[in-house]
Design a binder for this molecule. Structure first.
Ligand SMILES: C[S@@+](CC[C@H](N)C(=O)[O-])C[C@H]1O[C@@H](n2cnc3c(N)ncnc32)[C@H](O)[C@@H]1O
Length: 215
């Protein structure tokens, strides 16, 4: 009942936070820094499948000089993220509601510096590997919209997805670093920001896998 009521009010609640997202984000292509009021030489970080926004809010707060754009396709989920950013008055965080498969319609070549992919849906390697956000066709799209020194920061709980993603990144010409299969017990944990799903998996005792892939 609560869920239905929330869904019914999505347009009104989105409207209240209208400065955080764009009706026609494709018209911002090539102009994100200018339109969001940031210098042309600032870094632009993208998060794909941001969920309810815990990670993007904290990462944007930690990096106030970075323009941070979070992408999510589920309306009620992105609304939760947008409201979080709005309530915390985070000035450098904006949202696009779209499918990642359309990402090249929203960014120009060379516009993005870094991409975060956190706990994307694992799908099944045998049946649906092409839907994984680390599948090579997606990764090639990310390369298209990014600077030549693009960095992808990837985390997952899923061993099979992790191994698959390492193969895909290397296939697409990335060098792997800061690789760990137990992030929370590694030297990288002190700088780590936990996502909603990450906290859930950690509470279940599942080790978190993480890698930084650089072009
Ligand atoms: C398992 S959740 C993880 C959410 C968040 N990153 C976290 O770690 O808590 C995956 C999210 O990615 C979104 N997602 C999956 N495929 C997507 C796509 N092709 N385009 C945009 N969002 C997508 C889903 O709607 C969901 O919110």
């Amino acid at each position: 009942m609560t869920r239905m009521r929330m869904k019914r009010h999505i347009p009104e609640r989105m409207e209240k936070c209208h400065e955080r997202w764009f009706d026609t984000p494709m018209t911002n292509k090539g102009k994100w820094r200018q339109i969001c009021g940031f210098p042309e030489d600032c870094q632009l970080f993208l998060e794909l499948g941001c969920g309810k926004g815990k990670f993007c809010c904290q990462t944007a707060l930690d990096n106030p000089d970075v323009l941070y754009i979070a992408v999510e396709r589920d309306s009620s989920v992105i609304l939760a993220a947008i409201e979080k950013a709005h309530n915390q008055e985070i000035p450098n965080l904006f949202f696009i509601r779209c499918d990642v498969g359309q990402i090249e319609n929203f960014f120009n070549e060379g516009e993005v510096n870094r991409i975060y992919i956190n706990f994307c849906d694992p799908w099944n390697r045998r049946n649906k590997p092409k839907r994984r956000l680390t599948y090579r066709e997606f990764v090639e799209k990310y390369k298209l919209i990014s600077k030549p020194d693009l960095e992808i920061r990837f985390k997952t709980d899923n061993d099979d997805l992790f191994d698959f993603s390492l193969e895909e990144f290397e296939h697409c010409g990335f060098t792997l670093s800061e690789l760990t299969r137990d992030l929370h017990n590694s030297e990288y944990d002190s700088a780590n920001v936990r996502t909603e799903f990450e906290q859930k998996f950690a509470d279940e005792g599942i080790p978190i896998k993480r890698v930084v892939a650089r072009l």
